[in-house]
Design a protein around this ligand. Sequence first.
Ligand SMILES: NC(=O)c1ccc[n+]([C@@H]2O[C@H](COP(=O)([O-])OP(=O)(O)OC[C@H]3O[C@@H](n4cnc5c(N)ncnc54)[C@H](O)[C@@H]3O)[C@@H](O)[C@H]2O)c1
Length: 249
Amino acid sequence: MSKKVALVTGAAAGIGRAIALRLARDGIAIGVLDLKKEACAPVVDEIRAAGGKAVALAGDIASRASVQAAADELRAAFGPINIVVNNAGITGFVPFMELTDAQWDRMMEVNLKGAFIVTQIVLPDMLAQGWGRIVNISSSSAQSGAATMAHYSAAKGGIIALTKTLAQEFGPHGITANNIPPRFVMNTVMSEESFKHLGQDVRDTWTNNGPIRRQGEPKDIAGACAWLASDEAGYVTGQTIGVNGGRYI
Ligand SMILES: NC(=O)c1ccc[n+]([C@@H]2O[C@H](COP(=O)([O-])OP(=O)(O)OC[C@H]3O[C@@H](n4cnc5c(N)ncnc54)[C@H](O)[C@@H]3O)[C@@H](O)[C@H]2O)c1
């Protein structure tokens, strides 16, 4: 394998942005994928300003054609893809009895099928190289359950199961698959949206009641992701690596 090239989805903001910046620091060329190319540009600029390599990619992970086009653009820029971080996702809070078919389907389409589509599109590159790293961002809601998030937690539970299956199927080809389930990670669009729903007092509770008495930050997830994407983590696969301040043990 001559060089490392990563596709990071949902990388214009929040956790995905932090992951893109952190992987770039390790010399990995980054495809910064998000719904709109303009939104990716500041992240690409930041990576380039620090001496790294990155390209902005427009893509909707729920659309095979758009992910295919984005992956081709990344390959044209830097060569075959050998790291994928399935991070893009949406959230939602709906009492179970009020959940509609449309809300359920949309959640599955983005938060579960999206990872299927993206992974299937990049895997041939990894197989050809005999080396690959798949890191999926799941959620602690899949481990603990989360009231009013049946569709979200079910999709994220699917991500954990998908990760284990990918680990089994592609381990013999030098490809690892692991997932990181965050708890609350502050300063992202998603967590701010969640606090609007759950109430701002929950933020203080979450900061003060776990064993590690501080807020989770995107860079906490990014650090674990960088390790899972590295050569050093080559004997780690199928695992769920909790980065949550001990809030789910
Ligand atoms: N923030 C948390 O507390 C938390 C907790 C548990 C799990 N997570 C998971 O971490 C991941 C990142 O969360 P975040 O807090 O950074 O969210 P965020 O909303 O801040 O960022 C998500 C990014 O994904 C992009 N995106 C959404 N749908 C997309 C699609 N169809 N195609 C391409 N890009 C799309 C958005 O445009 C956005 O830039 C998500 O999968 C989320 O479920 C977050």
